[in-house]
Design a protein around this ligand. Sequence first.
Ligand SMILES: Cc1c2[nH]c(c1CCC(=O)O)Cc1[nH]c(c(CCC(=O)O)c1C)Cc1[nH]c(c(CCC(=O)O)c1C)Cc1[nH]c(c(C)c1CCC(=O)O)C2
Length: 363
Amino acid sequence: MPSTPPPAPQTRPTTARRELTDSPYLAAARGGTPARLPVWFMRQAGRSLPEYRALREGTSMLDACFDPEMLAEITMQPVRRHDVDAAILFSDIVVPLKAAGVDIEIVPGTGPVVASPIRTAADVAALPELSPDQVGAVADGVRLLVERLGRTPLIGFAGAPFTLASYLIEGGPSRNHEHTKSLMHSEPEVWHALAGKLAKIARTFLIAQLDAGVDAVQLFDSWAGALSPRDYREFVLPHSTSVLGAVGEYGVPRTHFGVGTGELLTAMRDAGADVVGVDWRLPLDEAVRRLSTPDGPVPVVQGNLDPALLFASWPVIEAEVRRIADEGRTAGGHIVNLGHGVLPGTDPEVLTRVVRLVHELRP
Ligand SMILES: Cc1c2[nH]c(c1CCC(=O)O)Cc1[nH]c(c(CCC(=O)O)c1C)Cc1[nH]c(c(CCC(=O)O)c1C)Cc1[nH]c(c(C)c1CCC(=O)O)C2
């Protein structure tokens, strides 16, 4: 049975985008009927794969992200190994900041670390803009991938303004986001100036990927779940809306994801998402209920297996996958994924087995 997406929305005439009408991922993302239940994994490319560790040996994370051949090969590795229904570009949310000239590194085992945190109006004014040629290596990698992926769609991505701002303001990963929240409330004009600049960087990064040929995009607002719905709507929603809105004319599915965002799902949808990512804290059928509107289409969701449960015995994992697929049938489309990224110690054989199981289930 071929996938039957609804008529493709108007796409930008300047891009030579692949059609991929048979893609289960794209069909589900557009609320159509996929030929099989689609599955891919956030962080599917990376440390769970021995072939990844071998290729990355001696190259820093960010150097790998600016090497078109290497980023293309790492992106392909999980597609070859697991038969997932989508590839995600091997990159990082801080790549456009690094490209623009921000002094930022990815410290193994820690995450992004910034040399001088941004906390004042002057710091915000000094934050550089991103020009598309500064991410030319990423665009080159996307062009290689579009040639090499065959019928598998490629998901491009960017970090959303709030999550990027948190790294820049805190100086690194943060549990409580205290400097970020305090800046937001104490100096809202400084906050909005920063979030506005980060939204522009995210737009430029996504448009560079879309012009090079990515088939879908995902906006990662990983840490948005730390915010109340009221603060999210006031301080974050306008900026994420400007990112998702700016790529709307490409006509590709837009997914919006965060961790612990059960109370923010409708706001994240309102930012302009076609697909809403859900973590394991909320059952998918409850997420669908929260996202449903009286006259809108039935919501499309992505998720939501707990990545920690990939360490459990197979019968536990199988039962979880079946339950999630059942709960996902209440949606207008369901893309099976984890509720957050693959954990480094995950057995890659388990991921392959999950893909095989998902593909046996009724969409
Ligand atoms: C918050 C965030 C970051 N980066 C990203 C997010 C949003 C998604 C999420 O919430 O997990 C996005 C990201 N980062 C990476 C990808 C690649 C594509 C994929 O999903 O496979 C994607 C989509 C590669 C990576 N990004 C990173 C790695 C590990 C670095 C390595 O392999 O040496 C990979 C494969 C580093 C990174 N970069 C970041 C963190 C927290 C870390 C982990 C630090 C660590 O544990 O070492 C920031």
